[in-house]
Design a protein around this ligand. Structure first.
Ligand code: ZN
Length: 493
C-alpha cells in the first residue's frame, strides 16, 4: 500500500472510528495544565470537560526543588559502602569500617540531621534499633536499625495524622547470607532510600498541618524485618498512620539495548482484600462488593489524582490492583499486615540481571545492581510524585469519620451520613460504577452538611466521601460502611 492509498483507505476509516468513540476515549491522554479551568492541555490535547483539582503553590514549589543530581549523589554514596547487607552489622570491624550497613545507617542519619539543620531543627531524627533472633536468613542474633525523620504537623489537632514514605537501605548480592562481597543495591533499594531522603530534604522546607515521616529500613532482604518491627511499633503505640508509600526498585533500569522499559510509567501496587481484615470485615466486603476498595487502593487512586493535579510531564503512575508483583513481597505488606493503608512504587519493567546478583560479567552480560543502570531523572520523577502525595495528604483536612450508608430500610436512593472532620469546610461525595477502576472526576457532589440523600441506588454504584478545606485540599476518600455496623450479623438476601 503506498502513501496515497493509505490516505484514501485508512484515513476515512480512522475518522469514522473517531466519530463513534466517546470523547473521553479520544482524549485518552491526561490534560497537562491540570490546574487551569480551561480544560485544554498545554500540549494541545483535548482535555475532559470537568475542572481538575486546584494546585497548592507551596507543593508546586517543593516539587521544583527535587533534584536528579542530589538523588544521584545519594545513590552513589549508598553504593560506596560496598555492601549494605543486614548481616554485615556482625562483621568484626563493622562499627569502625567505612564499608557495610553500620557505615550506611550512620550516613543516612547524618543526612537527615543535615536537612534538619537547614530548616532550623524542624526534623526529629530517630532510630529504631532492635535485635532479631535467629530465623530463616538470620543465622545469628542480629541488630537492625531503622533510621527516620519526623516532620511534625503544625496543627495540634491534625498533627496526630501521619503519612509516611519508606525505602529499604539494606542490599544483597546473589547470596542472601553473604555480608562481605559487593552488594551495590543502587536500584534495590538505593533508589527507594534516595526517594525517602529527597522527600525529607524538599518537604522539610515547608510546614504542613499533619505529620510526615521519612523512613529508611533495614532487613528487607532477610524478610521485611525492619518494616515489620516499625509497623508493629506504630500499631502498638496507636499511631494514626493513614498512609505509607513504599518505594522499592524505582531506578527506572536502563540496560543498554533494552527497548521495552517505559520511563514515563511507575507501577503502584495496592492490596485488594486487606491483609489485616478480620472475619467480620471480610463478611462485610463480600456483602457490599468492597473487594476493590481497600484503604490501600483508595490511597493508590489518590496518588493517581495527585499525578493529574500537578505537572509531571508525561510521567504517570500505573495502578496495579494487586498486593505486589506476582507472588513477591515488599515492605508495604508489613504495614498492610498491621492494618495500615500502604502501597508499593516500582519501576515499570525490572531487569533481573541487576537485582540480587553478584557483580560480574558472564557471556558478555553484565550482572549486578550498579548505579550506571539507574536513570536518576526517573527516580526524581518518582520522588516528585511521592513528595506531592505526602504534601497533599498532610495539607488536607482529616478524612470524614464514621461514614455510613443508611440501610435500615430498603429504598432505591442512598442516604449517607458522616461525622464532621477537623479542618474541613465542605465534603464531596464521589461515585463510580462497580465496574469502573476509579472515580471519574466529574462524579462529584459537594455539600457543607454531614449527610446527603443521593438519588441513585447503592446497589449499582460505589460511593466515597472526602473532606475539602477552603484552599481546595482534599482528604483521602472514605468508603462508607453499612449503618448496621461491622459487628452486625450477615446481611439478609
Ligand atoms: Zn528491594
Amino acid at each position: 500500500m503506498n502513501s496515497n492509498q493509505l490516505t484514501k483507505v485508512i484515513l476515512p476509516m480512522l475518522i469514522a472510528l473517531l466519530m463513534v468513540l466517546p470523547t473521553g476515549a479520544v482524549a485518552q491522554k491526561k490534560p497537562r495544565s491540570a490546574a487551569s479551568n480551561s480544560g485544554a492541555g498545554s500540549k494541545g490535547e483535548k482535555g475532559p470537560a470537568h475542572t481538575r483539582l486546584p494546585r497548592d503553590p507551596a507543593i508546586v514549589d517543593a516539587l521544583r526543588q527535587v533534584s536528579a543530581q542530589r538523588i544521584q549523589q545519594t545513590i552513589e554514596k549508598l553504593v560506596s559502602f560496598s555492601t549494605r547487607a543486614t548481616l554485615s552489622v556482625n562483621n568484626p570491624d563493622a562499627a569502625t569500617s567505612d564499608k557495610g550497613i553500620v557505615a550506611a545507617r550512620k550516613w543516612i542519619k547524618s543526612e537527615f540531621e543535615r536537612y534538619s539543620a537547614d530548616c532550623g531543627g524542624c526534623l526529629e531524627v530517630k532510630t529504631d534499633t532492635f535485635v532479631l533472633q535467629p530465623k530463616a536468613r538470620i543465622p545469628v542474633p542480629t541488630e537492625l536499625q531503622n533510621v527516620y525523620a519526623i516532620l511534625h504537623g503544625t496543627d495540634p489537632e491534625q498533627a496526630k495524622r501521619i503519612y509516611l514514605v519508606t525505602g529499604h537501605y539494606d542490599s544483597r548480592n546473589s547470596e542472601a547470607l553473604n555480608s562481605t562481597n559487593p552488594a551495590p543495591g543502587a536500584n534495590d533499594d538505593g533508589s527507594g532510600t534516595a526517594v525517602s531522603l529527597e522527600c525529607a530534604r524538599v518537604l522539610s522546607k515547608h510546614k504542613f498541618p499533619a505529620t510526615i515521616i521519612f523512613l529508611t529500613v533495614a532487613g528487607e532482604e532477610q524478610g521485611l524485618d525492619g518494616s515489620t518491627h516499625f509497623a508493629k511499633m506504630a500499631k502498638s503505640e496507636g499511631w494514626q498512620l493513614e498512609g505509607a508509600l513504599n518505594n522499592d526498585i524505582v531506578g527506572g533500569n536502563r540496560t543498554p539495548g533494552d527497548t521495552l522499559q517505559n520511563n514515563d510509567w511507575v507501577r503502584v501496587f495496592s492490596e485488594g482484600i486487606p491483609a489485616a481484615a478480620a472475619d467480620a470485615d471480610i463478611r462485610r466486603i463480600r456483602s457490599t462488593g468492597g473487594e476493590n476498595d481497600s484503604a490501600s487502593r483508595v490511597l493508590a487512586r489518590y496518588i493517581h489524582e495527585v499525578s493529574e493535579t500537578y505537572d509531571f510531564g508525561q510521567f504517570t503512575p500505573k495502578l496495579i490492583f494487586r498486593r505486589d508483583r506476582y507472588l513477591r513481597g515488599g515492605d508495604h505488606t508489613a504495614f498492610n499486615e498491621q492494618g495500615f493503608a500502604a502501597v508499593r512504587f516500582t519501576e515499570y519493567r525490572e531487569d533481573y540481571n541487576h537485582q540480587h546478583q553478584n557483580v560480574r560479567t558472564e557471556n558478555g552480560i553484565e550482572y549486578g545492581d550498579l548505579p550506571k543502570f539507574v536513570d536518576f531523572k526517573y527516580v526524581a520523577n518518582v520522588a516528585r510524585l511521592n513528595a506531592a502525595t505526602l504534601a497533599a495528604l498532610a495539607s488536607a483536612p482529616a478524612p470524614p469519620a464514621h461514614v455510613r450508608l443508611l440501610t435500615t430500610q430498603l429504598e432505591n436512593d442512598s442516604k449517607l451520613e458522616w461525622q464532621p472532620a477537623a479542618g474541613a469546610s465542605a465534603y464531596e461525595v464521589l461515585w463510580r460504577k462497580t465496574t469502573d477502576a476509579d472515580f471519574p472526576p466529574e462524579n462529584v457532589t459537594r455539600t457543607t452538611e454531614t449527610k446527603i440523600d443521593m438519588q441513585q441506588s447503592k446497589d449499582n454504584v460505589i460511593f466515597a466521601v472526602r473532606s475539602v478545606d477552603g484552599k481546595g485540599h482534599r482528604s483521602l476518600p472514605v468508603i462508607p460502611e453499612p449503618e448496621r455496623g461491622r459487628n452486625a450479623p450477615p446481611l439478609e438476601r
